[in-house]
Write a protein that binds this ligand. Structure first.
Ligand code: RIB
Ligand code: CA
Length: 309
């Protein structure tokens, strides 16, 4: 029986690849794609989500626009990594797929109100939508099986301490991390192991689906920015790691640890403070991702891309 998921994302090159993975793998059933302001403005991330959903022929999957700004802070975007549009690089066709009239949070609440079974939430952008959902519709918590998110880590990529998704809305992340819901965090320690470089792009260029060749074009741009900004040999496909875990939780190891989100530090706002030695006495609340099974991850992704149009 496929696992029912809601993808909450800010496409974003790696979000786009995460959508392809979820769309192309039979172990998952995407009940909805919701968008949030993050890598680019909400208008761009929603347009990009529609483009990718249409390319993956997700004709029955609703795409709904979500929060245009964080709970209390001003929006942050990442044009230096994803371009102004959020999906710079490949030539983009205007989508014919229409977004839902419902707001993302209302769509999520509706889907969670009477699910055939509890749903897994897979946020791969700032956690604003998820925090609003938990605040406005706390009764749906019982129908959330787990939250598997991309974000955080023991180091940062936006500041020395904070990863972008958490840094962009630390108050929202605090709500989610303190929700008491089963939570798995695919942080940078994990996602930096999911590096796509020349070899992977070469394979993608020669695969015979549009989704695979488009992914190669996405990675051409994404790897170039990571090389220029961080001197990396490739680009981490961060968000696909969270989806891969929903497909098969053997794809990376986890350790159940206490994690607290810093919301007020001068140098540490947005940090996921991971209590590895359990010095605080706080009960563990997060499955923190550790070691990636790279061949399993890459096989999942290539199989999914080959199943897509
Ligand atoms: O820090 C990496 C995360 O920030 C990824 O989700 C990427 O898409 C950006 O949103
Ligand atoms: Ca993202």
């Amino acid at each position: 029986m496929p696992k029912n998921i809601i993808l909450d994302c800010d496409p974003g090159h790696d979000d786009a690849i995460a959508i392809f993975l979820a769309a192309g793998h039979p172990a998952l059933n995407i009940k909805a794609i919701t968008t949030v302001s993050g890598n680019a403005s909400i208008q761009h991330t929603t347009r990009n989500a529609l483009i990718i959903a249409e390319m993956a022929e997700l004709t029955q999957v609703p795409v709904a626009q979500g929060a245009e700004e964080p709970l209390v802070r001003k929006p942050k975007t990442a044009p230096h990594i994803h371009g102004e549009s959020g999906l710079e690089g490949p030539e983009l066709q205007e989508p014919t797929k229409q977004q839902e009239s419902l707001h993302a949070i209302d769509l999520m609440a509706d889907l969670l109100d009477h699910p055939e079974e509890p749903l897994t939430l897979v946020p791969t952008g700032p956690l604003t939508n998820i925090a609003w959902l938990l605040k406005r519709a706390p009764h749906v918590k019982k129908n959330i099986k787990e939250i598997v998110l991309m974000g955080g880590g023991s180091f940062g990529n936006w500041t020395p301490a904070a990863e972008f998704n958490i840094y962009a809305d630390p108050e929202a992340a605090h709500v989610v991390f303190e929700s008491g819901l089963p939570l798995t965090m695919a942080g940078l320690d994990l996602t930096h192991q999911a590096m796509a470089a020349e070899k992977e792009k070469e394979w993608l260029r020669h695969a015979d689906t549009k989704a695979a060749s488009f992914t190669a074009e996405l990675l051409d741009y994404f790897t170039a920015t990571y090389k220029e900004l961080f001197g990396f040999p490739g680009a981490p496909i961060h968000d696909a790691c969270a989806v891969a875990y929903c497909i098969d939780d053997r794809v990376f190891s986890t350790t159940h640890l206490p994690v607290t989100v810093e919301t007020a530090g001068t140098y540490t706002t947005g940090m996921t403070v991971i209590d590895y030695l359990q010095t605080t006495g706080k009960a563990p609340n997060v499955n923190v991702a550790g070691q990636l099974n790279h061949s399993m991850f890459w096989t999942m992704l290539t199989d999914a891309l080959e199943r897509l149009p």
